[in-house]
Design a protein around this ligand. Structure first.
Ligand SMILES: Cc1cc2nc3c(=O)[nH]c(=O)nc-3n(C[C@H](O)[C@H](O)[C@H](O)COP(=O)(O)OP(=O)(O)OC[C@H]3O[C@@H](n4cnc5c(N)ncnc54)[C@H](O)[C@@H]3O)c2cc1C
Length: 395
């Protein structure tokens, strides 16, 4: 499913897309659909090899705002109809829909769940259920007796992020140049851009920066400042743990943000979204073993065992062995994506998806292609919007 890797840069291109993660791939797919001829430049030797494969691959139609809900709705439609929409084989996407379950042990949080679900219903997402603690335990017997309420949507799930990315790239038909790091960006006096890479220069009428954690650094080459922070984000993988119910939904402790999903005959497990200061972007993110102990050690306040006691039993029985897979979140001040034109004509940005790039960017690429071609004049994700701090999703 990999796009043919091109040798030798063309002298010019109508649209250069920098980055072949899921965001660049989706942008290339929708740009090509809109009649443009994109060329994709990727610094690494293969596409989809930086942040995208570190992700948990989860999608959910349970958000705290309507705009991201709509992005995910469009993405899910693409994922579920991938072969028909893209003409690509969808088998590798490994789509599963066991649901997403947020469980709480607090009555105060239970009231918040009821308020949030009422809002989600008002946005048309009426298939999200509120379950009492007993109902939740009846459906998901692994839950702790302390759970008093849960919100649940049965059709949420997971897909393979790398297969999705490679499928979109292939479907775009865009030439993909790998090991082709962009090192300089200049405006040309006659219009457009000169894009300097390790492998030579290419003239571009328009440029999209979709370089994940490196997007702000690239924009800075043109003196464009983007309001972005990059934060390390770790995923603990516990393979081959028979205690994990293989058909369990993504199970989230709504009080702490710790969450896990079945994977590799065991589970992938994460804590709440990163809250520390931003860091410089890196190519190799050092894994955090501290994070693994935070979610696995039952004495930790963020332990997965808090609402799913089998994790504590596995710890006590010495059954847990794990590895940590790390990536980076790219976060705007309101933790929603930046999709649109920067302060220079013809310079576009698609990034800032925080922990939601797999489930939001397949639709975000369509929005950007529509902006570039003038089919859309504005979007809620414009770069110059007013960033309103909101009570954010924990994950
Ligand atoms: C641990 C973890 C779990 C996650 N779980 C989920 C989840 O369950 N669901 C979800 O929706 N999202 C999840 N996310 C978020 C999601 O993975 C990201 O939002 C998404 O992968 C971002 O894609 P991207 O294309 O912007 O970045 P990347 O995948 O990093 O792609 C950017 C590409 O640009 C290239 N590049 C950079 N600089 C240059 C340059 N100078 N020249 C050329 N190329 C360049 C890079 O090499 C890279 O290939 C998770 C993230 C992490 C870290």
């Amino acid at each position: 499913m990999v796009s043919e890797v091109e040798r030798g840069l063309p002298a010019g291109a109508e649209l250069v897309i920098i980055g072949a993660g899921i965001v660049g791939a989706s942008t290339a797919f929708w740009a090509a659909r809109a009649g443009l001829s994109p060329v994709v430049l990727e610094a690494r030797p293969v596409a989809a090899s930086l942040t995208t494969p570190a992700s948990t691959g989860a999608f959910r139609l349970q958000f705290d705002n309507r705009e991201e809900t709509e992005l995910v709705r469009e993405t899910v439609d693409l994922i579920l109809n991938f072969a028909a929409i893209t003409g690509q084989d969808a088998a590798g996407l490994a789509v599963e829909q066991p649901g997403y379950l947020w469980a709480t042990t607090s009555e105060e949080k239970a009231a918040m769940q009821r308020r949030l679900v009422a809002r989600q219903h008002s946005w048309g997402q009426t298939d999200i259920e509120i379950l009492t603690g007993d109902e939740a335990r009846r459906r998901f017997p692994y839950l702790s007796r302390d759970v008093v309420s849960a919100r649940y949507r049965a059709d949420d799930g997971f897909a393979d992020p790398r297969a999705l990315t490679l499928g979109l790239l292939q479907a775009s038909g865009a030439p993909l140049h790998v090991s082709c790091r962009v090192v300089s960006l200049r405006e040309r006096p006659s219009g457009g851009f000169d894009v300097g890479t390790q492998s030579g220069h290419i003239r571009a009428e328009q440029v999209v920066i979709a370089a994940g954690p490196f997007t702000a650094q690239l924009a800075a080459l043109l003196a464009v400042v983007l309001p972005l922070e990059v934060k390390p984000r770790h995923k603990v993988v516990v393979p081959d743990l028979a205690r994990v119910p293989p058909d369990a939904p993504m199970t989230i402790d709504d009080d702490t943000g710790t969450h896990w999903r079945p994977a590799l005959a065991g589970a992938a497990i994460l804590d709440a979204a990163p809250r520390g200061p931003g860091r410089e972007p890196v190519e190799d993110v050092p894994p955090s073993s501290g994070m693994a102990f935070r979610v696995l050690d039952p004495s930790s306040p963020d332990a997965a065992a808090r609402i799913s006691p089998f994790w504590g039993e596995a710890w006590a029985a010495g059954e847990l062995s794990w590895m940590v897979h790390s990536g980076q979140y790219v976060m705007s001040p309101d933790h929603r994506p930046l999709i649109g034109q920067a302060s220079i004509d013809g310079l576009w940005v698609n990034t800032g998806y925080s922990g939601h790039g797999i489930m939001c960017s397949p639709a975000g690429g369509r929005i950007l292609a529509d902006l570039i071609t003038g089919r859309l004049e504005d979007s809620p994700f414009a770069l110059d919007r007013t960033f309103v701090k909101r009570s954010l999703d924990q994950i």
